[in-house]
Design a protein around this ligand. Sequence first.
Ligand code: SF4
Ligand code: SF4
Length: 435
Amino acid sequence: MTKVPFQAFDQHHPPAPELINQCVHCGFCLPACPTYVLWGNEMDSPRGRIYLMKMASEGATAMTDKWVRHMDTCLGCMSCMTACPSGVDYAKLIEATRAQIERRHPRSTAERFQRWMIFNTFPRVDRLRLLRPLFRAYQKSGLQALVRASGLLKLLPKQLSAMEELMPKLGVSDRIAPVTPAQGQQRKRVGLLLGCVQREFMPEINAATVRVLAAEGCEVIAPPDQPCCGALMVHAGEETPALDLARRVIDVFEQAQVDVIITNAGGCGSNVRDYGYQLRDDPQYAERAAVFSAKCKDISEFLVELGPRTERKPLNMRVAYHDSCHLQHAQRVRTQPRVLLSAIPGVEMQDLPEAALCCGSAGIYNLVQPETADALADRKARHITGVRPDVVATGNIGCMLQIAAALERQGQKTRVAHTIQIVDASINGWPVPQK
Ligand code: SF4
Ligand code: SF4
């Protein structure tokens, strides 16, 4: 047997050669790839990254720092999957590659510390709940305004200041009831995935989701003991803890006995729809995970299928819809949010240029690769400013925070809201809230 010169991958789910070999190197994906658009470098394109995976898979390269850097700069936005005529499943390739990197590549102390901080805070709902009053006091006391005005943030490493810049304005905590009855005759019994950061830092999105579902005749079950779904971890290669969270989420929702599981964050939605694949080797969970995944639907997709029963009151405003990558590319949910929004009397929809291009949020990308993330967000904000909407709507908390921070950097006051908050405002005759 010929010995390969390098053994970059171990035997636990390396990027599958049959998926790698589906790429015919046509390059159709290149203009859709944000990092290729920014830098024009082949190795920072989908085709280049797949080629690097192929080299590693065939033993032609080791997992060098440079090789890892090209994988780290990938946003995991899956825009290349939409663009690819050959149906290359890049999502499976990059997820397998990232898990290999985290097992086999020694990261620097600074990187390890930052990742430790992120993964010990964001997916931990209990810890976020403890931090919330501290952050709220920081904002309410005027300290945040002082810190921002002082220029102190510029002295911090960008990886730290990015966290501060992205922090949403924290209001009063909106706890979601474990059971919310349907209004009028019940049409469905649905479960709601509450998320982690969203549950504690922007609970108003879940509150709006519950109100709309109940108004449309759904009983909403929101199990309070559900953990984070593991999206941030799985997309960053932290496979073992992500799968532990997936198992717990499945356990909790099996007990809830619901017809459908509603997600309202693009990244979480694409992750839970993939549990069946992620847990394919687990004899106890494989089948249950597939059943769970098949029940998951984005809120916009679900509401369009259900059909409206409640009257929409007019909202006279121009709305630019920003597609979250994990909603449009990974879940293929593009038309439904537009259908929901354009059904509101008085709403005028506006198209954004480069709608398929990521805003730079991408899970933890805006924290670990903040310069690239900012470049993409600033580009997105310039496109938004160009069409002058009253509100930017989107279906993912990460995009909301990322776009709002970029608009603020550019001195723009355009409101940013979740799609469901706009529908909720229309049903209740309220103004659309600000991020
Ligand atoms: S996932 Fe996004 S950033 Fe990564 S290669 Fe594909 S298009 Fe480029
Ligand atoms: S479009 Fe698909 S087949 Fe063509 S280079 Fe990109 S990934 Fe490969």
